[in-house]
Design a protein around this ligand. Structure first.
Ligand code: ATP
Ligand code: MG
Length: 376
C-alpha cells in the first residue's frame, strides 16, 4: 500500500453537546467538505479528511486541532521507515525530539512504550538529536488503531461551533473596526451571519466601488456565503434635518431607526437575532442608557458580543481575522449624522416625541422600499 496523505481533525467542544452531537458533526463535516473540496469520514470520535486542501481548515469553526498525517501499513517496519524518512525532512535546525505513541489496537505486537523506545533509539542512531520528552522541538506522533497514522505537527483550529448549528442572525455592519469583529464572534458561536449595511449613497450599486465589498468577502471567508442587505439612509437624514431641536439625540435616533429596519428584514427572512459591535462606554451612543433605548425598540434579541471588550482587544482580534486593514481604510460612513454634542443619557420621552415629529414609521416604510439584497 502507498502511504496516503490525510488530515486528522479533532473537534473538542462538539463532544460536550450530548444529544445534538450528530447534528453538529454532520454540519462540521459538510462545512469542511465544502471549504476544502475533500471527503470527510468519521473515525474514532474525530474526522479523517482525504483529498481536501488542509490549508483551508484554518478558516473552519468547530475544529480544535488538526494534523496532516500519513496513513501507514500496520507493521513495525513500515512505521519505522516512514518515521525515519520524514524525520529527515522535518529536522532542519532542531536539536531535540520525542516520540508519542497512542495504541488502541491492543493486538499490535508492541506496547506504546516499547514502540516509543524502539523508534526513539532508531532516530537517535540515525541523527544527532537528543530526546526531550518535556519540550521537544520535533514531535513524532504515532497512532495505532484500525489504521496507523504518523504525524509531526498539531495545528490549532479556530475552535467554536460549526457555522449553521445555531441559526441565522443579521449583523449591522458599518465601515468601522468593531462590527466585523462582532460578526466573526457570532459565526464562532455557530451562527450564519447575514449583513445589513446602511450607507450614505442614493444608489445601492455604488457600494460595489467601495471597500464594503471587501469587508463582506473577508468575513465570508469563515462561512462561505451569506445574504447582504444594502440600505440607503437618506430618508432618515431628510427627516431628521426637518425635526429641529433634537437635543443631541441624533445618534440614538439613527440607531433606533437602523435596528427597526433590520428587525423587519429579519422577521421576513427568518433571522433570529441582530448583532451590533457595541462596547460599553466606548463612544457616546454606547452608554447603558442609550443602549437600553436602542434595544427596547425591537422584539428580537440584539447580540453585542464586544460589550465587555477593550478597544485594544478588539483591534488585536480585528488584525488576527484580517479585517483591521480594511476597517481603517477611508470610507464615507454615517458621519453626517453625528451631532456636535451627543447625548450620553437618552431621554425616552423626548425620543418618542421626536420620532413622532419625524414620522419614524413612515421613514422606515420608505426605507424598506429602497433595500437591495445580494447573495454572496
Ligand atoms: P463600528 O466600529 O462597528 O462602526 P463604532 O464604535 O463606530 O462601531 P457606532 O458608530 O456607535 O460605534 O456604531 C455602533 C454599532 O452600530 C456598530 O458596531 C454597528 O453594529 C452599528 N452601525 C453603525 N453604523 C452602521 C451602518 N452604517 N450600517 C450598519 N450598522 C451600523
Ligand atoms: Mg462606526
Amino acid at each position: 500500500m502507498d502511504n496516503q496523505n490525510i488530515t486528522l481533525i479533532h473537534y473538542g467542544e462538539l463532544s460536550l453537546k450530548g444529544r445534538n452531537r450528530s447534528f453538529f458533526e454532520n454540519k462540521l463535516k459538510e462545512n469542511i467538505e465544502r471549504e476544502t473540496g475533500g471527503k470527510v469520514t468519521k473515525y474514532r470520535g474525530r474526522f479523517v479528511l482525504e483529498n481536501g486542501d488542509p490549508e483551508l481548515l484554518k478558516n473552519v469553526f468547530g475544529i480544535s486541532w488538526y494534523a496532516e498525517a500519513l496513513k501507514v501499513d500496520k507493521n513495525y517496519d513500515s512505521i519505522r521507515e516512514i518515521v525515519l524518512r520524514n524525520v529527515d525532512k522535518e529536522l532542519s535546525g532542531k536539536s531535540s525530539f520525542a516520540v508519542f505513541v497512542k495504541r488502541s489496537d491492543k493486538s499490535f505486537p508492541y506496547t506504546s512504550m516499547e514502540l516509543e523506545n524502539e523508534i526513539g533509539s532508531e532516530i537517535s542512531k540515525s541523527y544527532a538529536i537528543k530526546v526531550n520528552l518535556k519540550n521537544p522541538e520535533l514531535s513524532v506522533f504515532i497512532e495505532i488503531a484500525d489504521d496507523v497514522y504518523v504525524y509531526f505537527k498539531k495545528k490549532q483550529g479556530l475552535k467554536g461551533l460549526p457555522v449553521d448549528v445555531s441559526g441565522d442572525v443579521l449583523s449591522l455592519l458599518s465601515g468601522g473596526i468593531d462590527s466585523p469583529v462582532a460578526s466573526y464572534l457570532m459565526m464562532k458561536r455557530g451562527c450564519r451571519v447575514n449583513f445589513i449595511h446602511f450607507h450614505v449613497f442614493r444608489d445601492n450599486n455604488l457600494i460595489n466601488d467601495s471597500k464594503m465589498l471587501r469587508v463582506f468577502e473577508a468575513l465570508n471567508k469563515y462561512q462561505s456565503n451569506s445574504r447582504i442587505f444594502l440600505v440607503p439612509y437618506y430618508q432618515f437624514e431628510m427627516a431628521i434635518l426637518k425635526a429641529l431641536h433634537t437635543g443631541g439625540h441624533e445618534l440614538v435616533l439613527f440607531r433606533r431607526f437602523m435596528v427597526r429596519v433590520a428587525e423587519r428584514i429579519s422577521l421576513k427572512n427568518g433571522f433570529k437575532a441582530l448583532v451590533t459591535g457595541d462596547s460599553l462606554g466606548q463612544v457616546a451612543s454606547q452608554t447603558m442608557e442609550n443602549i437600553a433605548q436602542i434595544t427596547n425598540t425591537v422584539s428580537i434579541p440584539i447580540f453585542q458580543p464586544l460589550i465587555a471588550y477593550d478597544k485594544q482587544e478588539i483591534v488585536d482580534l480585528a488584525k488576527e481575522i484580517e479585517t483591521y486593514e480594511l476597517s481603517i481604510e477611508n470610507y464615507k460612513d454615517c458621519c453626517s449624522i453625528v451631532s456636535s454634542n451627543p447625548r450620553t443619557k437618552a431621554n425616552s420621552r423626548q425620543i418618542l416625541a421626536l420620532e413622532e415629529r419625524m414620522n419614524m414609521e413612515e421613514v422606515i416604510e420608505k426605507t424598506l422600499d429602497l433595500v437591495s439584497l445580494y447573495n454572496m
